[in-house]
Write a protein of this length. Structure first.
Length: 94
């Protein structure tokens, strides 16, 4: 499974959060419509090659920010959805 985009309309202290997690695509969500644009970006051959699993990684994403910006809330939102503890009113693109 590969998570490409998260839209969180409202959850705890978060509101209207859009996170693009796949550098190959540009997602946006507005007025109930999800827009996808493909961005072909070629990486150098074997860019993620290491150890026994050479070439098995195709993308690395990170959520970074200052204290209090909602990084943990995003992680908890995802965990709550995966465990069925909140209704999914946002958008996850897998």
């Amino acid at each position: 499974m590969h998570l490409g985009f998260i839209y969180i309309p409202r959850y705890k202290g978060l509101a209207d959060v859009q996170l693009n997690l796949d550098p190959r695509f540009s997602f946006s969500f507005s007025d109930g419509c999800l827009k996808l644009e493909s961005e072909v970006k070629d990486l150098p051959q074997n860019a993620f090659a290491s150890g026994k699993r050479k070439g098995s990684v195709d993308c690395i994403s990170a959520i970074v920010g200052e204290n209090g910006t909602g990084k943990t809330s995003v992680a908890v939102y995802l965990a709550d959805i995966l465990h069925g503890e909140v209704l999914q009113d946002g958008v996850l693109v897998l």
